[in-house]
Design a protein around this ligand. Structure first.
Ligand code: PLP
Length: 393
């Protein structure tokens, strides 16, 4: 058997490796606590489950879905988008259903890149961006995110040559792993930059609903004039409604961009189960959605503040997360690498956090800690982290 270079050149998926490590440690009898993965511990809310009970029994939902997404799904998304971001979208041409944000992230590079083309990616960043660019035969140009710049890319520091070479740029605010949020002024600069250099912006807004203060409420790049022509924004129900396993999301953008993606996707897959699309559409409009969102925000804000207190007491350096599920924390100066830090933490204390290097070279001096485990497991995990850090001193 000879595998393609596409596969042999791609490193194993970070979270798959972490999962393997967790299983191996558990096999040794270690009670492992994982604060590594961003998968909400809370179930999908019961009002969504009730909708599913209805929709899955409706035979009109059992056949192949339309490739673009069901008209009622696209209409509900358009209505929600207008209410939430103040942006009008044409449900027929500017919205398309996807099988979770990862579907869009992993396939969009194929729409814009020919082998050898370049793509800008923020570093650190969600690992799928680089993998997908690689699968499409593209070359990655990393744009560092540093704390001094609020973990936003410094567009002025991208060389004109790289900017002209790049055909796409992945951007992700609220950001995984740094939890930074971008203001409208940043998106305005980004759109100007993209128009100047003829770059398609792929804006991953999977965490748009996971924020803690009203002032930090994430915006949509689509609210910037001219963005529709040069950007695709990616959304997901995974985090908004604790629906990670359901695999549903959508993309928005100008008609030509969406059409181009449709050409690819209609050949690659057969869309999202119609029952799930209809549940998702009805969830957006459901009277219980607002209450659920409020409760979810309160839960994560409480966790965020508790975790922040412990990390501060331990003298660890981090910025208070403004959105998303993650703490992006500096490893102690005495440690040579994030991998060593995380490996020792697992071996000595049975606690898994993610090494920053997994998100790109700029993540080397960081680890990522996720707040998506039950409160008591988070508390136990923090006790283990405390013991580990204290032994270093
Ligand atoms: N984009 C980012 C930045 C993510 O962190 C994740 C998942 O953790 C995804 C996309 C994938 O989301 P989905 O479950 O909608 O595929």
């Amino acid at each position: 058997m000879q595998l393609s270079r596409r596969v042999t050149d791609t490193p194993p998926y970070l979270f798959h490796l972490i999962d393997e490590k967790r299983k191996a440690a558990q096999k040794k009898g270690i009670d492992v606590i994982s604060l590594a993965i961003g998968d909400p511990d809370q179930p999908t809310p019961s009002f969504v489950l009730d909708l599913m009970d209805e929709e899955m029994r409706d035979p009109r939902n059992h056949s192949y879905p339309s490739y673009k997404g069901e008209p009622d799904f696209c209409k509900a998304v358009a209505k929600w988008f207008d209410g939430r971001f103040g942006v009008e979208l044409d449900p027929e041409t500017e919205i398309m259903a996807v099988i979770g944000a990862k579907d869009a992230v992993s396939h969009l590079p194929f729409v814009f890149l020919d082998p050898g083309d370049s793509a800008l990616v923020t570093d650190p960043g969600y690992p799928v961006y680089e993998a997908a660019i690689g699968f499409a035969g593209g070359k990655v140009i990393r744009v560092p995110l540093v704390e001094e710049n609020g973990f936003l890319p410094d567009l002025g520091a991208i060389s004109p040559r790289d900017a002209d070479l790049a055909k796409i740029m992945f951007i992700n605010y609220p950001n995984n792993p740094t939890s930074a949020v971008a203001e409208k002024s940043f998106f305005q600069r980004l759109v100007t930059f993209a128009v100047k250099h003829d770059i398609v912006i792929l804006s991953d807004n999977a965490y748009s609903e996971v924020y803690f203060e009203k002032a930090d409420r994430p915006i949509s790049i689509m609210s910037v004039k001219g963005a529709k022509q040069i950007a695709i924004e990616i959304h997901s129900f995974s985090k908004t409604f604790n629906m990670t396993g359901w695999r549903v999301g959508f993309v928005t953008g100008g008609k030509d961009l969406i059409n181009a993606f449709l050409t690819l996707k209609s050949n690659f897959d057969s869309g999202v189960f119609m029952a799930i699309q209809r549940v998702a559409a009805r969830a957006l409009e459901h009277p219980e959605a607002a209450t659920f969102n409020k409760e979810r925000t309160a839960l994560f804000k409480n966790r965020r503040d508790r975790i922040a207190r412990v990390l501060t007491d331990l003298g660890l350096r981090f910025q208070l997360p403004r959105a998303s599920y993650y703490f992006w924390v500096r490893i102690p100066d005495s440690y040579p690498s994030s991998v060593e830090f995380c490996a020792n933490l697992l071996e000595e204390k049975g606690l898994i956090v993610t090494p920053g290097i997994g998100y790109g070279p700029s993540g080397e001096r960081f680890f990522r800690l996720s707040m998506t485990s039950p409160d008591e497991r988070i508390d136990q995990g923090l006790e283990r982290l405390k013991a580990f850090i204290k032994e270093l001193l």
